[in-house]
Design a binder for this molecule. Structure first.
Ligand code: ATP
Length: 278
């Protein structure tokens, strides 16, 4: 069911003195014309909403998605040169890693499970499912969904370890996967976990459209690009670097994350002054 604050639930009448946003209602499917200038974004929104109904995306995941969309809009909904450089560096780090791991949450699963599966195969990294809103039932659902989409067995059902420095349930991870990893790719991760991974000595690659987020700042390589563009690009670079470790090392050595983030912030500011679509 999709949470719809506009239509009140017939079961609950408003209570005086309390703001009441109740009322789940099934929404009718919409038709989106391919000519619509925001076609891709609208189709993705519909998919994300459907994934809430499937129990893959948490309702608050839609809000996180919206924040991402806003930044993508400001960047012109394309892979900017700074992102391309970060994608190459991310691929280099993954190819050179001894024990790379890719973490997947509900939004990542809904948006790009297949693409993440391909990257996992190319760089030989296990996928570990980590959920912000975790229940055993949802964990099973997301793991099963990612396994179906990727054809790979995932980690996450048996979280037998914890990340130091996080008080909540969010500390949970697997000893085989995240805890043992030297390099972690964390698409759409939250700041607490990203910081904890960096403190634990992991080399962190983030995919996050917000260049100001704690995740973006905690990572060694921050890919400021939309997930569904970023992952296939990283895979393409990884295919190139396989068997060319020197080239991968050179790419990594010349990459400057702080400079890339600064340039993206500047790009956003410039874009605000001169609309990108003219
Ligand atoms: P932090 O906790 O790292 O300071 P945050 O509160 O913004 O930041 P979350 O809400 O946990 O982090 O995660 C959502 C992040 O993911 C947002 O920064 C958003 O920009 C980004 N995001 C959402 N959807 C996408 C997407 N499709 N591709 C890339 N980034 C995305």
């Amino acid at each position: 069911m999709i949470f719809n604050p506009i239509i009140p639930s017939p079961k609950s009448a408003p209570v005086a003195g309390r703001t009441l946003y109740v009322g789940a209602c099934p929404l009718p499917p919409v038709k989106i014309s391919k000519d619509h200038p925001r076609y891709r974004s609208l189709v993705t929104r519909e998919r994300m909403a459907a994934m809430v109904e499937e129990g893959i995306v948490a309702p608050t995941g839609l809000i996180a998605h919206g924040r991402g969309e806003a930044f993508d809009y400001l960047l012109g909904e394309r892979t900017v040169p700074e992102a391309e450089a970060a994608e190459a560096a991310a691929a280099a780090l993954l190819v050179l890693a001894e024990r790379p791991v890719i973490t997947v949450n509900g939004n990542t699963a809904a948006l790009a499970a297949k693409e993440v599966g391909e990257l996992a195969r190319v760089v030989g990294a296990p996928i570990e499912v980590n959920l912000f809103h975790r229940t055993d039932q949802r964990m099973e659902r997301v793991c099963a969904f990612v396994e179906k989409e990727t054809g790979l067995k995932v980690l996450g059902r048996d979280q037998d370890a914890t990340l130091a420095g996080i008080a909540s349930d969010r500390a949970r991870c697997t000893s085989q996967g995240l805890l043992a990893a030297d390099v972690v790719l964390i698409p759409l991760e939250d700041g607490d976990r990203a910081e904890a991974m960096a403190r634990a000595g992991k080399r962190v690659i983030a995919i996050d459209l917000n260049p100001l987020s704690r995740t973006a700042l905690a990572a060694e390589v921050t890919v400021v690009d939309e997930l569904t563009r970023a992952v296939p690009n990283i895979t393409a670079w990884a295919k190139r670097f396989r068997g060319r470790p020197e080239e991968a090392q050179g790419t990594l050595a010349s990459f400057d994350n702080a400079e890339g983030l600064r340039a993206v912030r500047e790009r956003i500011c410039r874009g605000l002054e001169a609309p990108l679509r003219q």
